[in-house]
Design a protein around this ligand. Sequence first.
Ligand code: NAD
Length: 246
Amino acid sequence: MQGKIALVTGGARGIGRAIALRLAGEGADIAILDAGSLELSEQTAQEARALGVRAMAVRCDITDYDQVVEAVGKVKEALGGVDILVNNAGITRDKLALRMSPEDFDAVLSVNLKGTFLMIKALYADFMKKRAGRIINIASISGLMGNAGQANYSASKAGVVGLTKTIARELASRGVTCNAIAPGFIETPMTASMNQDALQEALKSIPLRRMGKPEDVAAVAAFLASDGAGYITGSVINVDGGFFMR
Ligand code: NAD
């Protein structure tokens, strides 16, 4: 991936951080866009630089198109363009639908689905002109199988799958691929804040009998970003230890 530039949203921590560092390890320059602590994003960028690549962190809320356009502009100015877009930033606000407020629903749809769309929109023309590129969206098995307590989240991730397939079709003739990864239960700050009893219960249904690591997801993202994945587009790859077999 030498000479390629990768933009990873939500790269300050968790899965996004692992993806950024994996791509950096394979030689790609890295831009991290995150709405959380700039210090954490800078830390990931610093670790990427230690791997010998260029890396930068920009504070950006992906639900705000003005911020997205400004951040993408900064990345293009500093690094030269984007070859690999990884839409990883995401949030949960779990509750049974009965108790889920309209605001909880909007907030999750706004980051997970609309934010992914806005990032793609901001780079769409560049990808078309370049006639090459990789878009990798982080969905979830929750969007494929549903999950009690996650009406907002599973709807957003099912939306990401539909968005992925549409963008795959729109950009295929330009040599740009767009795929999704559907992680199962992965050890990150997001799952650390979940009900641990429910998590232990879910573990029993994972054939590989362990939670995934951010690096398990990063390895698949690196493959999808590679030249070897050039004939894969519109696909959803599960990284879930066999939890949800279609
Ligand atoms: P995390 O909460 O550890 O990290 C998410 C990152 O996204 C944070 O750094 C946060 O600041 C950033 N972010 C949140 N809202 C943002 C916004 N509006 N704009 C920019 N950045 C924003 O989460 P994670 O577990 O690493 O999850 C990463 C992705 O993987 C998410 O899309 C999540 O839905 C998905 N996923 C995670 C799991 C899991 O088990 N952890 C399973 C399936 C899917």
